[in-house]
Design a protein around this ligand. Structure first.
Ligand code: IPM
Ligand code: MN
Length: 361
């Protein structure tokens, strides 16, 4: 009897192949009685067949499992009458209904991976973006107003509870890390537009209140426009960045681009009781089924999943498995022989999977 149930939602586009790749790595690194994979339906292609993007059965399996592993969801052209995409509701419904309030986006430059920020590969990048994941501008998903095809509005909503818990998550994370690469300082940077909008001034004020409980952590501030410059010019200054939902969505893609792209960027979407783990990229339908997608972001997300489960269940075999997966990915990338296309190589999804499974040892 396996110890942990993992809900698996392959989703759309490249989702099935990168999910299967990740399951191969997990089966290699974990003993057969550790993880039980429960594959369930969801996403835009399922909606096209059934009219449901997140079936109730899928939601219940996700709710009852120890963690959720997801490939990718969304297909262009599969939209609601209001023009918004259907597939994204797989993520959004799970985020809101399971209250996954902290979207953890590690931004890390691995040895062997070229950053577009410099030619001599000397730049060091290792920080984490914590994106509030259940309110902000996304609170208006499905609730925006469109009047007479002339006026449209979406409201940005921030709450004291929502800000406090995501800020506390960011400060707790900074406490566990070793500080920014530039100066070793444990630092939380609040990304907002407090200079312009009251909602962001409130976001900053609540972060300031939380900061008082963390005397060893430096608080720093950056406006959402300015931080895009700093993330390019001085990425090693950052340790942990906390941002409202929409800003977090935007700057996390910029951060991913500085360390090789979306194909290498994992994510962990965490609440008090549930965790969803997926690559930060999309479904890339244009390359689906061709065995050319990189599974690395999903594999690294699975490592985040094992570490999160290991901490929650005080099971060091999971933390050890996470470390082995991350070490294997680093080893394959540093070796430079099996490199995914999005990092300048020509390795297939299968070749990358095989190399990581071999390296995981
Ligand atoms: C992300 C994606 C999602 C978002 C979409 C797929 C709903 O862009 O996870 O960053 O907008 O949050
Ligand atoms: Mn995004």
């Amino acid at each position: 009897m396996a110890k942990y149930d993992i809900a698996v939602i392959e989703g759309d586009g490249i989702g099935p192949e990168i999910t299967q790749s990740t399951l191969s790595v997990l089966r290699t690194v974990c003993s057969s009685d550790c993880l039980n994979f429960l594959t369930v339906e969801g996403g835009a292609s399922h909606f096209q067949k059934s009219g449901e993007v997140l079936p109730q059965e899928t939601f219940e399996v996700c709710q009852q499992s120890h963690a959720i592993l997801h490939g990718a969801a969304g297909l262009p052209g599969v939209t609601y009458p209001d023009g918004t995409e259907v597939g994204n509701d797989l993520h959004l419904k799970l985020r809101f209904q399971l209250d996954l309030f902290a979207n953890v986006r590690p931004i890390k430059l691995y040895p062997g991976v070229h950053s577009p920020l410099n030619t001599d590969d000397t730049v060091a990048i290792d920080y984490v973006i914590i994106r509030e994941n259940t309110e902000g501008l996304y609170a208006s998903r499905g609730g925006g107003i469109v009047l007479r095809e002339e006026v449209a509005t979406d409201t940005l909503v921030v709450t004291r509870k929502g800000i406090e818990r995501v800020a506390r998550f960011a400060f707790d994370l900074a406490t566990k890390r070793n500080g920014a690469l530039r100066d070793g300082k444990r630092r939380v940077t609040v990304c907002d537009k407090a200079n312009i909008l009251r909602s962001y001034a409130f976001f900053r004020a609540v972060c300031d209140e939380v900061a008082k409980d963390y005397s060893g952590i430096e608080i720093d501030y950056a406006y959402a426009d300015a931080i895009t410059v700093h993330m390019i010019k001085r990425p090693d200054f950052y340790d942990v960045i906390v941002a409202e939902n929409m800003f977090g969505d935007i700057i996390s893609d910029l951060g991913a681009a500085t360390v090789g792209g979306m194909g290498i960027s994992p994510s962990a979407e965490l609440g008090d009781f549930h965790g969803l783990f997926q690559g930060a990229h999309g479904s890339a339908p244009d390359i689906a089924g061709q065995n050319v997608a990189s599974p690395i972001a999903t594999i690294l997300s699975a490592a985040l999943m094992l570490r999160w489960m290991g901490d929650r269940h005080m099971d060091n075999t999971l933390n050890d498995a996470a470390r082995r997966i991350e070490a294997a990915v680093e080893q394959v990338l540093a070796k430079g022989e099996i490199i995914p296309r999005d990092l300048g190589g020509n390795a297939t999804c299968s070749e990358i999977t095989g190399a990581i499974c071999s390296a995981v040892g």
